[in-house]
Design a binder for this molecule. Structure first.
Ligand SMILES: Cc1cc2nc3c(=O)[nH]c(=O)nc-3n(C[C@H](O)[C@H](O)[C@H](O)COP(=O)(O)OP(=O)(O)OC[C@H]3O[C@@H](n4cnc5c(N)ncnc54)[C@H](O)[C@@H]3O)c2cc1C
Length: 134
C-alpha cells in the first residue's frame, strides 16, 4: 500500500503481519540490528489505527529482515566473466521471490547453453562498471 506515511505491506497471519519496504538501515548479516524499537512499533500501530482499525491490537512478535539492494533496485543476472559454467543472480530486494522460477530458468539456460531467450540485458552487472576516469 503506497500511503502518505510510506510503502506498507501486510497480510493475514494469526492476526495481521505488517511491514515496510521503503525504509531501512544499510547493514550486513553481521551488523543487522535485530531489535524493533518502540518508535517503529508505534509507526505500524498508527498506520493500522488509521487505515485498518479492525486489525489494530496487541503486538505478538516483531522481526527485522534483510534485503539485498542494487544501486538501481533492479536485479543482477550475469555469467561469470572467466568461467561460463558459472552464472549468478542477486540483488532481488523486496519483490524477488515471485521471480524465482524464471530466474532459475535463466540461470540454467546461461550455464547449459551460454545464452537465454529472456531479455536480461538490463540486468547485467556491467551496468555498474565505472567508466574509465569516473
Ligand atoms: C520480510 C520480507 C517480505 C518479503 N515479501 C516478499 C513478497 O511478498 N513477494 C516477493 O516476491 N518477495 C518478497 N520478499 C523478497 C524475497 O524474499 C527476496 O527478494 C528473495 O528471497 C531473495 O532471494 P535470494 O536468493 O537473493 O536470497 P535468499 O532468499 O535470502 O537466499 C539466500 C540463501 O543463501 C543461503 N546462504 C547464505 N549464506 C550462505 C553461505 N555462506 N553458504 C551457503 N548458503 C548461504 C541462505 O541460507 C539462503 O537460503 C520479501 C523479503 C522479506 C525480507
Amino acid at each position: 500500500m503506497a500511503l502518505p506515511e510510506g510503502d506498507y505491506y501486510g497480510m493475514p497471519d494469526q492476526g495481521v503481519k505488517i511491514g515496510r519496504g521503503d525504509v531501512g538501515e544499510l547493514c550486513t548479516p553481521e551488523t543487522v540490528r535485530r531489535t524493533v524499537d518502540a518508535g517503529e512499533i508505534e509507526m505500524f500501530q498508527s498506520v493500522l489505527r488509521r487505515y485498518l482499525p479492525g486489525a489494530h491490537g496487541e503486538v505478538s512478535s516483531t522481526l527485522t529482515c534483510l534485503y539485498t539492494m542494487t544501486p538501481d533496485s533492479h536485479f543482477v543476472i550475469h555469467s561469470h566473466p572467466s568461467d561460463s559454467r558459472v552464472a549468478y543472480a542477486c540483488g532481488f530486494s523486496g519483490p524477488g521471490f515471485k521471480f524465482a522460477p524464471v530466474v532459475g530458468e535463466v540461470l540454467a539456460d546461461l550455464i547449459v547453453g551460454g545464452k537465454t531467450a529472456q531479455g536480461i540485458g538490463f540486468l547485467s552487472a556491467e551496468r555498474f562498471k565505472r567508466s574509465p576516469g569516473a
